[in-house]
Design a protein around this ligand. Structure first.
Ligand code: NAI
Length: 344
């Protein structure tokens, strides 16, 4: 099987080459992202593999289908960049539902600690032999309340980590996880109560119509003064303009962002020699209490191994059986969940 692999980075190749070679799958790596202008590169391949910032809209899906390509392997969990409704009946869309919830949850905590203990400032100071502690005062996490929106795989690992720090947890999920609420240190509450009583907010839900800009001017206004916002999920969960206003007005105490609404053409690329056109991102990055990483939370050795292994297995399943447990359908669940049975 030959697969056109879009948005390829050097760190993707070793694990995909290894698992691919074990199962007779050859990947052709294209550095460019998948989109209407680049989809023709997939001609002649048996399938395509893409990532979070590739664009799989109706035009791309129609072109892939016209080329006879029937499988799109997402090497990520989220599929908000795919027009799932349009893909129905044309493409098998498979994904990696979980590669390492620990990678993302641990990154969220790393960002939080870096931010509130001012490690990013201290690191630069000590390299300059500036050993002053002025303006480096942080606060204890112990006893603080963290609001966790989305208590799936990553959210629950993050909750475990927070509990290890002695924090209280207020959780919100459209589909609460049975047994998680212990009536004491971890409680499911409505969003308004979560906003009102949390010292820290961490987002671990998918991007859907319901969750688009779940953090906006209105919700920030409901939050405690000094709230710390962590987003390692999807950029458009946060209205970045509203967050910037919250930072400028000193209502928001700090922000830790691994994702950004307009990250598509920026994140994962070296733009250091360029003038950043995005004023909102530039202003956010300029703030002493904002930490931005470029969609890095997943990037651990363990996660890369799991992504390659699962993607190869997904492709083999579709090739062999025409179905796969990790196939997603436009109804939002797995293809097997479809009430009407098979999508194809
Ligand atoms: P998951 O599917 O295990 O959990 C998502 C949770 O969100 C579920 O419990 C679900 O019920 C809940 N949810 C759905 N709609 C909701 C709503 N309207 N309001 C509140 N909660 C809602 O997913 P997982 O593995 O925990 O991943 C969470 C998100 O993390 C992914 O959707 C993805 O966007 C992001 N992610 C980010 C990565 C990074 O590198 N920064 C890497 C992997 C995932």
């Amino acid at each position: 099987m030959r697969i056109a692999f879009f948005d390829a980075k050097a760190y993707d190749r070793p694990s995909f080459d290894r698992y691919g070679a074990q199962h007779g799958i050859r990947f052709k790596y294209f550095e460019t992202k998948l989109g209407e202008d680049t989809v023709d590169l997939a001609r002649g391949y048996d399938g395509v593999c893409c990532f979070v910032n590739d664009t799989v809209d109706a035009a791309v899906i129609d072109k892939l289908a016209a080329m006879g390509i029937s499988v799109l392997a997402l090497r990520c969990a989220g599929f908000n960049n795919v027009d799932m409704r349009h893909a129905h009946g044309k493409l098998h869309v498979v994904r990696v539902p979980a590669y390492s919830p620990y990678a993302v949850a641990e990154h969220a905590m790393a960002m939080l600690l870096t931010s509130i203990r001012r490690i990013h400032k201290a690191y630069i100071r000590s390299r300059d032999f500036n050993f002053s502690l002025n303006n480096l005062t942080g606060f204890d996490l112990h006893g603080k309340t963290v609001g966790v929106i989305g208590t799936g795989r990553i959210g629950r690992v993050f909750i475990d980590i927070c509990r290890g720090f002695g924090m209280k947890v207020l959780a919100y999920d459209k589909f609460p996880y049975p047994g998680l609420d212990n009536g004491d240190t971890i409680r499911y509450v409505e969003l308004d109560e979560l906003f009102k009583n949390s010292d820290i907010l961490s987002l671990h839900c998918p991007l859907t119509d319901d969750t688009y800009h779940i953090i906006d001017a209105d919700s920030l206004q409901k939050c405690k003064k000094g709230v710390v916002v962590i987003n390692t999920s999807r950029g458009a969960l946060v209205d970045a303009e509203a967050l910037l206003e919250g930072i400028k007005s000193r209502h928001v105490g700090a922000a830790c962002l691994d994702v950004y609404e307009e990250e598509g053409d920026l994140f994962f690329e070296d733009k250091s020699g360029h003038i950043l056109e995005d004023d909102t991102l530039a202003r956010l990055i300029s703030m002493p209490n904002v930490i931005v990483t470029s969609h890095q939370a997943f990037l651990t050795e363990e996660a890369l191994e799991n992504i390659a292994e699962t993607t190869v297995q997904n492709l083999l399943d579709i090739q062999k059986d025409g179905q796969c447990p990790n196939e997603v359908c436009w109804r939002g669940g797995t293809a097997q969940d479809c009430k009407n049975g098979k999508c194809f």
